[in-house]
Write a protein that binds this ligand. Structure first.
Ligand code: GDP
Ligand code: IMO
Ligand code: MG
Length: 520
């Protein structure tokens, strides 16, 4: 507003001066006209005076017209200046934001793509999930595994943010900070939301016992207490990072929680020991110095970065099919890994996200239970599992293997609004004679191209495949799309065509360098 006044005020002042100047030139003329009229009324009606009076009248009319025109010009100028100001001050510049989203059931290679993009980003943000994630990053012959700290931490010039939508286990956070420090990354550029919820030891106990009680109906969680922590958040009894800074309140919150939780654990789940509020509290105070200074209002911080037009990268965890609302419920996680949750999970506006990259494997994997229509078994599954090293980053659980499922990828694209795709682990398919892609399902004899909401129906879906010839050439050292064997190019083209989204990146190995950008 101040800037607006500074520009409009001088313009108006200028206009006033101009009007005053014009008035000065006209007033004497008006006087002359009046004088002449006086002369006229004194009946000096000569032929010489008449033309003078007429000319003066014409001049007077002309001057009035000039003033009117000048006024119009000045008004236009003010309106234009106002418009320019509005577009400069009120209209946001196009944001430089990119989101990395898992297209399948997690482990698509999001960590690798986040690391690749973070080399050219100012801020990297995790906005959902917790240490159930396992992101692998490989560069300079070193492999790093991260669960809660964003994969952008290796760019020392950027900020890394664990935003409000995340759930954070302080034990894990401290061990990861220490792991990174030992590897030469200080974590001074890390910021943690004061609104992020804290995973405590009793959340882990609930996760473990709830899974146990479900028997063969268990979800196959990572047992990191994710669901129980988010449940407390929704139930409005959660404890947040900001609460660590108010010691009296912290002890009170833990004590209140344990009054109920100890009873449930003992009487419902048969848990033998009791959690002690003072012990949990003391441990939190021991851990706090490692990250106390990093706790801030990250929503405010991110909005300031947006206003400064900084490049912000949002690193997804899990995958769209594990989304609490849009995934294969109940075999999902307890958060929303899809792009729509970025705004709520980080405190920025929906309008602030422009690029949305869907990260998908060139085939499919899944850990944990739940329907998986394109799943394959036997020798082929073993070959892909071995070649792609398909074992959980953290849990080491063998991942289930399947063909690329275009129904799932298209569904994912629809939910997230992908602007491009990154196809990962293409090298793993080398040497397979015939490749299959699932194009649609049949459910009770009817063709369907969507994910049924009821898990029993999804379980009944029969996959239908097209086949394509594979390739044998080693692609792990190529550096451009043109170097791909023709069959690999055709495979990528078919995926893009079926999903309806352009492919901008493909990956031919775990290393940062084995990432290939397809130029438009
Ligand atoms: P995220 O959870 O989505 O970050 O993925 P994970 O790190 O859990 O799993 C992906 C695995 O694939 C990791 O072991 C990566 O090192 C590896 N990886 C990523 N891209 C490629 C690739 O193009 N080729 C091969 N062979 N491995 C890759
Ligand atoms: P990243 O970020 C793969 C799965 C679990 C389980 C279900 C619920 O590495 O892709 P939870 O512990 O979240 O309550 O478990 O979700 N799951 C993942 N699978 N990658 C992940 O993360 C996952 N995070 C959770 O295996 O089936
Ligand atoms: Mg993973």
């Amino acid at each position: 507003m101040k800037a607006k006044k500074n520009i409009i005020k001088p313009t108006i002042e200028k206009a006033k001066t101009k009007v005053e100047q014009l008035n000065k030139t006209i007033k004497p003329k008006v006087k002359d006209v009046k004088k002449a009229t006086k002369v006229k009324t004194q009946s000096i009606k000569t032929d010489t005076v008449k033309p003078i009076i007429n000319k003066m009248k014409v001049d007077f009319e002309k001057s009035k017209h000039i003033i009117k025109e000048e006024n119009q010009k000045i008004t236009n100028k003010i309106v234009n200046t106002k418009n320019i100001l509005i577009s400069k001050i009120d209209q946001p510049k196009p944001f430089k934001t990119t989101a990395i989203i898992g297209c399948q059931w997690g482990d698509e290679g999001k960590g690798k793509i986040t690391d690749y993009y973070s080399q050219n980003s100012d801020v990297i943000v995790r906005w959902s999930g917790g240490d159930n994630a396992g992101h692998t990053i490989v560069f300079d012959h070193q492999k790093y595994k991260l669960s809660i700290i964003p994969s952008g931490i290796f760019n020392k010039d950027s900020y890394c943010v664990i935003a409000n939508g995340c759930v954070v286990n302080p034990e894990k956070l401290v061990s990861e900070i220490e792991y990174l420090k030992a590897a030469g990354f200080s974590c001074q550029n890390l910021r943690i939301s004061d609104r992020a919820h804290i995973i405590l030891s009793y959340h882990l106990a609930f996760d473990e016992y709830e899974e146990k009680i479900k028997g063969d109906k268990a979800i196959g969680t990572t047992k990191k207490g994710i669901g129980s922590c988010y449940a407390d958040k929704v139930n409005r009894i959660g404890i947040r990072m900001g609460d660590l800074l108010d010691k009296d309140r912290l002890l009170e919150l833990i004590t209140d929680n344990l009054l109920i939780k100890n009873k449930i654990l003992k009487n419902v789940y048969g848990y033998e020991k009791e959690f002690n509020a003072q012990t949990i509290y003391n441990r939190l105070l021991e851990l706090l110095p490692y990250f106390k200074d990093l706790i801030i209002d990250t929503g405010q911080f991110l909005n300031e970065q947006l206003v400064r037009n900084k490049k912000i990268l949002f690193e997804g965890a899990q995958g769209t099919l594990l989304d609490l609302d849009h995934g294969t419920y109940p075999f999902v996680t307890s958060s929303n890994p899809s792009a729509s949750s970025i705004a709520i999970g980080s405190g920025i506006s929906l309008k602030a996200i422009n690029e949305i990259i869907g990260v998908t494997k060139a085939y499919s994997t899944r850990v944990g239970a739940g329907a998986f229509p394109s799943e394959v078994f036997g020798k082929l599954a073993d070959y892909i599992r071995m070649t792609g090293n398909e074992y959980g980053t953290v849990s080491k659980r063998p991942r289930r293997i399947g063909w690329f499922d275009a129904v799932i990828a298209k569904y994912s694209a629809q939910i997230n609004g992908f602007t491009s795709l990154a196809i990962m682990l293409l090298d793993v398919l080398t040497g397979i004679e015939t490749l299959s892609i699932c194009t649609h399902y049949t459910l009770n004899g009817e063709i369907i191209r969507y994910i049924p909401s009821q898990i029993n129906n999804f379980n009944k879906c029969q996959p239908h495949f097209i086949t394509m010839p594979g390739w044998n050439e080693d692609i792990t050292n190529i550096t451009s799309y043109d170097e791909l064997p023709e069959n690999a190019k055709n495979y990528l083209k078919k995926i893009s065509e079926l999903v309806g989204v352009p492919i901008r990146i493909f990956s031919v190995g775990p290393d940062r360098k084995q990432t290939i950008f397809i130029k438009e």
